[in-house]
Design a protein around this ligand. Sequence first.
Ligand code: PEP
Ligand code: MG
Length: 296
Amino acid sequence: RRKRLELVRGLPSATKDGKAVEIFANIGNPDNLPQVLANDAEGIGLFRSEFLYLGRTDYPTEEEQFEAYKKTVQALPGKKVVIRTLDIGADKKVDYFNLAEEENPALGMRAIRICLTRPELFKTQLRALCRASAFGKIAVMFPMIISVKEIRRAKELLQEVRQDLDRRRIAYDKDMEIGIMIETPAAAIMSDDLAKEVDFFSIGSNDLTQYTLAIDRQQTQLDSFFDAHHPAVLRLIGQTIANGHQAGIWVGICGELGADLSLTETFLRMGVDELSVSPQSVLPLRDTVRSLDLSK
Ligand code: PEP
Ligand code: MG
């Protein structure tokens, strides 16, 4: 098996009949870069930036974040690196954020909700990210979106950061792609409207499944009720891809489902453009993609 996987290293991720898909890797911080390179990922589809905030006693500075993002793009010359803005809250708690205790943290103050409530915190991250975009192909992605209004507000704050950088004559990539995660049923259902606001979608199947089935992703006691292949989730994924394509944007999947080889054919038939998986899943996924023939 290992030897077989070695054979697909460097080969295109395309089916026998020529449907190509990009196979990217998910990472938490630059320490994961050796695995990304060792497994021949074609880019990074999900940099979970909250890992830069975890396990510390205070906020990471703009400089620390800039260095982490810059190091990441520089390790992958010419390849895309999708950085997800802070997704703290719910299962990822950090003391120094002083977030209030909540009955239902998964439905509470998390991710983009914290960022839009604390714009200075958000802008520090966006500044680091924009500065790093001068050194490679960075894309920014906002998590836990439920509405057009949130996207517009996030883009306004990004615009303020860019104007500030212009005034200070600091370089950044003016064409940096802006995307959102589709990980709430609201976002999937409204994906036709949301697609008009962004350059890409990345489907977060972990949270999309949790919120669609109303089953806590951490709660193993409910395993007998949980169905990772629930048709409601697959239907939402299919609709999201179709709506994204209708608006001319690319659509990826960055949740665990993207690495589920029993669904690869289904996702390719839906037209998915990119699958972002853990580094060790890249070669098995490419091997599976190359074994498929969608003309049959
Ligand atoms: C997801 O929800 O599917 C996702 C990729 O984000 P995370 O697992 O970090 O919540
Ligand atoms: Mg998520």
